[in-house]
Ligand binder design. Structure first.
Ligand code: N2P
Length: 361
C-alpha cells in the first residue's frame, strides 16, 4: 500500500510543470539567429527550445534520412529539400497553424516552389549568395590595385591564388556549393551533371588546391575577422558577420564581400518539419513565431541575410537593407542562378571528386 502511494505521489510530481514542459527541438545553421530570438519565443509560448547547429546540408541530410532524428524544425537549403521531400523526410505544413505565412513574399515563394511544389512543405527562412570575403589590405599588398576582387579568378586562377596562399585562402567544405561556381567560372552550365564537366571543375579546383589553407564552412567567420585568413569562398551574411566582428574588435581589419561578376548561386534556406517530428504542433508555433515581421527583422539585423517577409523591411536597419551585397540590385540578381538539385548518381560522382579535391589525391 505504502509503495503505491509513493508511486502516485511521484506521478503527481512528474506531471508538474518541470516535467510536462513543452519542447521544440530545432536544428539550424550556425550563426543564423538573433541573440534573443529563442528567449523571446520561450517567454511568449512557454515552449522550451532545444537548439542545435550544423554548417552543412549533407550533415543535416544524413541525420534526416537515418530517421528518428528527434528534430521538430530543420532548415535545409531548398535544393536539398527538393530531393528530401520525395524521400518522405518531411510532413506537409498545416497552414492553418501558420497565419503569419500570409506575409511571405509571393515571388520568392513562387521561386522556391520549383523545389517544393505548391509550397507544401516549407517556408523561406533566409536567403543569400555564395561569394568571396576578403581582407582589403592583405589582398592589395599582394596583388596591388589590379587584384581581380570582382571575379572568381581571385581564387580559381593559380596566378592569383598562389600569391594569396601565405595570408590564407579557405573554401567552403561543400561540393554542392563549390562545383556550381567552379563550372560557372569555366563558362560551363553551373547545373551540369555531365561527368566530363564535373571532372573539369574538379581539375580547376585541384589546380589551386596547394594554395588553399583549409576547407570549412563556418571557421572562416572568425578567421577573416581576426586577420588569420585573407580570402574565403563563403556565404554572404557570414562574411558580413565577420566584417561586423572585425569592426567591433577595432584592430583595423577591413573586410569586403564580393559577388563575382561571372555569377553565382542564389540559395534559399527553408524551415521544414521532419515527418517523424515528435512535437509537430510546437514546430508550427516556432515557425509561425519566426515569420513575424519584427522577429524576422531582428534575425536579419543580426545575421545579415535577407528574409522573405516584406513587412519586416521597416524594422531592418537601413545600413543592411541598403547594402547591395545583402540585397543585390537587379543587374546583379540577373546574374544569379538557383542551387542545383543533384540526383543520387551525381551525388556519388561529386562525393568522389570532392574527396579528391580536398585531400589532393
Ligand atoms: C548560416 C549560413 C547558412 C548559409 N551561417 C548556407 N545555406
Amino acid at each position: 500500500m505504502k509503495a503505491r502511494i509513493g508511486l502516485t505521489a511521484l506521478a503527481l510530481v512528474m506531471s508538474g510543470p518541470a516535467f510536462s514542459q513543452e519542447v521544440v527541438n530545432v536544428f539550424n545553421w550556425s550563426d543564423y539567429i538573433a541573440a534573443d530570438t529563442i528567449e523571446k519565443f520561450q517567454e511568449e509560448t512557454g515552449i522550451r527550445v532545444v537548439y542545435d547547429v550544423y554548417d552543412s546540408n549533407d550533415v543535416l541530410e544524413a541525420r534526416l534520412l537515418a530517421g528518428s532524428s528527434g528534430y521538430d524544425v530543420v532548415v535545409p537549403t531548398s535544393s536539398y529539400l527538393a530531393r528530401q521531400i520525395p524521400a518522405g523526410a518531411y510532413q506537409p505544413l498545416d497552414m492553418s497553424k501558420l497565419p503569419n505565412a500570409a506575409g511571405l513574399d509571393e515571388k520568392l515563394m513562387e521561386a522556391v516552389a520549383a523545389h517544393d511544389p505548391g509550397n507544401e512543405h516549407a517556408v523561406i527562412y533566409m536567403w543569400g549568395t555564395n561569394g568571396i570575403g576578403y581582407n582589403v589590405e592583405m589582398v592589395a599588398e599582394r596583388l596591388g590595385d589590379d587584384a581581380p576582387t570582382d571575379s572568381w579568378s581571385l581564387v580559381f586562377d593559380p596566378e592569383y591564388a598562389s600569391q594569396l596562399a601565405d595570408c590564407g585562402i579557405s573554401f567552403l567544405d561543400s561540393s554542392s556549393d563549390m562545383f556550381p561556381v567552379a563550372l560557372q567560372y569555366l563558362g560551363l552550365d553551373p547545373h551540369s551533371t555531365d561527368e566530363a564537366d564535373l571532372e573539369r571543375a574538379a581539375e580547376l579546383m585541384e589546380s589551386v588546391r596547394p594554395h588553399v589553407r583549409y576547407f570549412h564552412s563556418s571557421q572562416y567567420i572568425s578567421d577573416l575577422a581576426n586577420g588569420e585568413t585573407c580570402v574565403a569562398i563563403g556565404w554572404s551574411g557570414d562574411v558580413l558577420i565577420a566584417m561586423d566582428r572585425a569592426e567591433e574588435a577595432g584592430q583595423g581589419v577591413e573586410l569586403a564581400y564580393t559577388i563575382p561578376k561571372e555569377g553565382t548561386i542564389e540559395w534559399f534556406d527553408m524551415m521544414a518539419i521532419p515527418a517523424d517530428a515528435p512535437n509537430a504542433d510546437n514546430a508550427h508555433a516556432f515557425i509561425n513565431f519566426i515569420l513575424q515581421p519584427e522577429i524576422v527583422a531582428d534575425i536579419t539585423n543580426y545575421v545579415f541575410y535577407p528574409n522573405a517577409i516584406p513587412a519586416s523591411l521597416e524594422y531592418v536597419d537601413p545600413e543592411i537593407s541598403e547594402d547591395e551585397s545583402i540585397y543585390p540590385p537587379d543587374e546583379v540578381m540577373a546574374n544569379l542562378f538557383p542551387s542545383p538539385v543533384y540526383d543520387a548518381r551525381t551525388d556519388r560522382v561529386l562525393t568522389r571528386l570532392w574527396t579528391r579535391v580536398r585531400t589532393g589525391q
